[in-house]
Design a protein around this ligand. Structure first.
Ligand SMILES: [Zn+2]
Length: 195
C-alpha cells in the first residue's frame, strides 16, 4: 500500500525513528537487523514502523482490521488509525514481517472492493456466486461401448471470497452425476489446479 502522508501525524518521521531506535534497529518479530541481509530472504533489511491496533486503555479497539489479531474486539469497517502513535501500538518490522502483517488488510480491502462491485452491479449481497463460469464441457459418446458420458470443469467464486474448481461428470440423459470440489484461495490458484 502506498504511503499516504496525510493519514499520519506531522511528526511521524521522528516517531518512526524513535521506535526503530527503541527496538535496537532490529525487527521486533523476527529480530532481523536493519541494513543487513535478512536471514531468510537475504535481501537488505529496511525497518518500517507498523501500527498494531492495540486496544486503548478505555477498552475501545485501537484499530479496525487488526483489532481481532491483537486481542481486541473487531469494530467498524475502515482504515487503520495511523495517528494512534502510542508506544505500545507501534513496532519496527522488517519488510517480510510487515508484508505478512499487512496481507490481512490487503485481502480484506480486496474482498470489500469485490463486494462493492457486485452490489453496484445490482446483485444481491448474499455472497452468491456472481459469475459462475463454466470453462469446459465435453462429452464422450461411444455407443459400441454403451458410453454416454459428459464432463465439466469450471472455476466458481464461493461464499467466502475465495473460489473453487468444480469437476463434475455424469451420464447423458440420466440423473447420474458426481461432483468434486477443490477449494482454492484465488482465481489464479484455481486456474493452476485447473491446468
Ligand atoms: Zn521481521
Amino acid at each position: 500500500m502506498p504511503f499516504q502522508r496525510e493519514r499520519y501525524p506531522a511528526n511521524w518521521p521522528e516517531i518512526s525513528l524513535q521506535i526503530r531506535e527503541r527496538e535496537g534497529w532490529r525487527c521486533k518479530w523476527c529480530g532481523a537487523e536493519n541494513g543487513k541481509p535478512h536471514p531468510l530472504t537475504k535481501s537488505k533489511v529496511v525497518l518500517t514502523v507498523a501500527h498494531l491496533g492495540v486496544p486503548k486503555p478505555d477498552g475501545t479497539p485501537g484499530d479496525t482490521v487488526r483489532a481481532a489479531r491483537t486481542g481486541g474486539t473487531p469494530v467498524r469497517d475502515g482504515k487503520h488509525d495511523k495517528t494512534d502513535v502510542r508506544d505500545e501500538n507501534l513496532a519496527a518490522l522488517c519488510q517480510r514481517c510487515h508484508l505478512n502483517y499487512d496481507l490481512d488488510e490487503h485481502m480484506q480491502n480486496a474482498a470489500r472492493k469485490r463486494r462493492k462491485k457486485i452490489i453496484a452491479a445490482g446483485q444481491l449481497e448474499l455472497g452468491l456466486p456472481s459469475r459462475p463460469s463454466v470453462k469446459m464441457l465435453f462429452k464422450c459418446i461411444d455407443p459400441a461401448r454403451n458410453m454416454y458420458r459428459w464432463y465439466s470443469l469450471s472455476v466458481q467464486p464461493t461464499l467466502f471470497d475465495s473460489c473453487a474448481v468444480i469437476c463434475a461428470w455424469g451420464r447423458i440423459r440420466t440423473s447420474y452425476q458426481r461432483i468434486r470440489i477443490l477449494p482454492a484461495d484465488s482465481v489464479e490458484e484455481a486456474e493452476k489446479i485447473f491446468g
